[in-house]
Write a protein that binds this ligand. Structure first.
Ligand SMILES: Nc1ncnc2c1ncn2[C@@H]1O[C@H](COP(=O)(O)OP(=O)(O)OP(=O)(O)O)[C@@H](O)[C@H]1O
Length: 235
């Protein structure tokens, strides 16, 4: 993982609209490496749109995104190499086997051939996916497919992880594994931002929260303990 002591990701006056429908309104917000931040907000608040902008899937229409104080272009390949983005509904080729798909993603993310097999083995073991190695992706349960998506996201060792509702469909054992994995990954200096509707997970996982309502950040900062009250108080 490429880690820098002062990893920071900053949004300055970032706005976005779908045609004439304004979704994000002049967002100013800074995220730091070595921290897990949860992004909370009601359905339609703009969480996924915000993650898309940070992942470089589309450009901010106004404002800038800065990595370590340097503005980044949304198509900057050096920036994208550092990003691991897991979508809410990850695209997976249903006809490839699990191992074939991980090899494909590893190659697309430029993992060197001499490291790729070791990393695949590591993450398959970590997420108890080994028994499914030769299953077609389309035959996996929702929770198993989601673990595959997370393992694939980590293959190129990104130092910025953006995760859209990563624990949807996982059983409690797997939620705990994902939580512990993200905490260990963060301890290596990574910057982790995830959206979730599960307050209990957010409380156990993160120490930073942001609340997005109607395209505006109404709270951003540290929290301890009762996140539900903080959420309700920031309407
Ligand atoms: N491609 C699109 N074209 C037009 N409108 C869109 C598009 N994608 C999202 N929207 C609208 O933008 C708004 C914000 O959507 P977004 O998915 O970012 O919200 P969200 O906070 O992630 O919601 P949820 O919690 O339901 O996943 C919603 O009103 C949605 O309908």
């Amino acid at each position: 993982m490429q880690t820098s002591l002062a990893l920071s990701l900053q949004l300055q006056q970032v706005s976005y609209a779908y045609e004439d429908k304004r979704i994000l309104h002049g967002i100013d917000w800074t995220l730091q490496g070595g921290e897990i931040t949860v992004l909370l907000g009601p359905n339609g608040a703009g969480k996924t749109t915000l993650l898309h902008l940070l992942a470089g899937m589309k450009p901010a229409q106004q404002g800038s995104i800065l990595l370590n104080q340097q503005a980044v272009h949304w198509q900057d390949q050096q920036y994208k190499k550092r990003i691991g983005y897991m979508m809410e509904f990850p695209f997976q080729y249903p006809f490839l086997t699990l191992i074939e798909m991980m090899r494909l993603i590893g190659q697309l993310r430029h993992v060197s051939p001499d490291q790729l097999e070791d990393r695949i083995r590591h993450w398959l073991k970590h997420f108890t996916l080994e028994p499914y190695s030769n299953y077609a992706i389309g035959a996996l349960s929702q929770g198993t497919a989601r673990r595959v998506a997370l393992a694939s996201t980590l293959l190129h060792e990104p130092d910025i992880l953006l995760l859209d509702e990563p624990t949807n469909g996982l059983d409690p054992d797997q939620v705990i594994i994902v939580r512990d994995t993200l905490q260990q990954y963060c301890a290596r200096g990574a910057l982790i931002l995830l959206s979730t509707h599960i307050i209990g997970l957010a409380e156990k996982l993160a120490n930073q929260a942001a609340i997005l309502r109607n395209g505006r950040i109404v709270y951003a900062g540290k929290f301890t303990g009762d996140l539900e009250s903080l959420y309700v108080a920031n309407k």
